[in-house]
Design a protein around this ligand. Sequence first.
Ligand SMILES: *[C@@H]1O[C@H](CO)[C@@H](O)[C@H](O)[C@H]1NC(C)=O
Ligand SMILES: *[C@@H]1O[C@H](CO)[C@@H](O)[C@H](O)[C@H]1NC(C)=O
Ligand SMILES: *[C@@H]1O[C@H](CO)[C@@H](O)[C@H](O)[C@H]1NC(C)=O
Ligand SMILES: *[C@@H]1O[C@H](CO)[C@@H](O)[C@H](O)[C@H]1NC(C)=O
Ligand SMILES: *[C@@H]1O[C@H](CO)[C@@H](O)[C@H](O)[C@H]1NC(C)=O
Ligand SMILES: *[C@@H]1O[C@H](CO)[C@@H](O)[C@H](O)[C@H]1NC(C)=O
Ligand SMILES: *[C@@H]1O[C@H](CO)[C@@H](O)[C@H](O)[C@H]1NC(C)=O
Length: 227
Amino acid sequence: MGFYLLSLSQLLSSILFLCHFQTTISSSNDSSPSHSCAHDQSLSLLQFKASFSINSSASGYCQHPKTESWKEGTDCCLWDGVTCELKTGVVTELNLACSLLYGTLHPNSTLFSLRHLRKLDLSDNHFMSSHISPQFGQFSNLTYLNLSLSVFAGQVPSEFSLLSKLVSLDLSENNNPSLEPISFDKLAQNLTQLRELRLSGVDMSLVAPDSLMNLSSSLSSLKLYSC
Ligand SMILES: *[C@@H]1O[C@H](CO)[C@@H](O)[C@H](O)[C@H]1NC(C)=O
Ligand SMILES: *[C@@H]1O[C@H](CO)[C@@H](O)[C@H](O)[C@H]1NC(C)=O
Ligand SMILES: *[C@@H]1O[C@H](CO)[C@@H](O)[C@H](O)[C@H]1NC(C)=O
Ligand SMILES: *[C@@H]1O[C@H](CO)[C@@H](O)[C@H](O)[C@H]1NC(C)=O
Ligand SMILES: *[C@@H]1O[C@H](CO)[C@@H](O)[C@H](O)[C@H]1NC(C)=O
Ligand SMILES: *[C@@H]1O[C@H](CO)[C@@H](O)[C@H](O)[C@H]1NC(C)=O
Ligand SMILES: *[C@@H]1O[C@H](CO)[C@@H](O)[C@H](O)[C@H]1NC(C)=O
C-alpha cells in the first residue's frame, strides 16, 4: 500500500512538473507580458481580506483560511481560491468557502469591484448577519453564486434578477433572510439559465406556491427546505 501511494504521488508530481514546465515555455514566447494579476484586482482582494478577521469558529464544515496566502507584491492569480483569466489578469473565480472569514460584508466592499467574476463562493463563513447587498446584482457574468451557511440576513435584493447568466444559486442556511414576492417573480422571469436553486431557510412565506411554476425550465434541482 505504502509503495503504491508513493509511486502515485511521484507520478502526480512529475505530471504537475511537466505541466508547469510547458506553461512556462509557452508563456515565455508570448508578446504580452501581462499574464499575472491586474493591479486593481490585487488591490481589491487585499482590501477585501483586510476587512475581515480570521476566526476559527467562523466556519463549521471545513476550515481553510485561504486569504492567509494573499500577500502584497505577489501575483494574485496564484493566491489560494483565486482564478484569473490568463490574457487579461482579471479575477474570474473566487472560491472562499470555509475561509474562517468573520466580519460584516458592507455594500462598499471592494469585492464588488471584481466585475469580471463568473464564479463566487463565500459559503461557510461568518458575515455577522450582513444584509445581502444589492451590489451582488453587478456581477453580470456570474454563473455560480454560493452564499450558503454564512450568516447573511435581510431581504434578498430584487437586483438578483440582473444575474441572468446564473446557472447555480445557493442562499441556503443563513440567518433567516427573506425573499419578497416581487423579487421572486423578477428572479424567476429573468434567471432563465438556472439549473440549481437552493433556498433552504429563506423566508418565502409571502411567495405564492404557484409562482414557482415560472422558474426556468432548465431547472433540475430545487431545494426549499424550511422556507
Ligand atoms: C514564438 O514566437 C515567434 C514570433 O512571434 C513565433 O514565430 C514562434 O512560432 C513562437 N513559438 C512558439 C513555440 O509558439
Ligand atoms: C469568533 O466568532 C464567534 C462566533 O462564531 C464570536 O462569538 C467570537 O466573539 C469571535 N471572536 C473574535 C475574536 O472575534
Ligand atoms: C464602508 O461602509 C461602512 C458602513 O457604512 C463604513 O463603516 C466603512 O468605513 C466604509 N468603508 C470604506 C472603505 O468606505
Ligand atoms: C462578460 O462575458 C463576455 C463574454 O465572455 C465578455 O465579452 C465581457 O467582457 C464580460 N464582462 C465582464 C464585465 O467581465
Ligand atoms: C454551497 O456551499 C456549501 C458549503 O460549502 C456546499 O455544501 C454546497 O454544496 C454548495 N452549493 C452548491 C449549489 O454548490
Ligand atoms: C434581466 O436581465 C437583463 C440582463 O441580461 C437585464 O438587462 C434586465 O434588466 C433584467 N430584468 C430584470 C427584471 O431584472
Ligand atoms: C408568471 O409570470 C407571468 C409574467 O410575468 C405572470 O403574468 C404570471 O402571473 C406568473 N405566473 C405565476 C403562477 O406566478
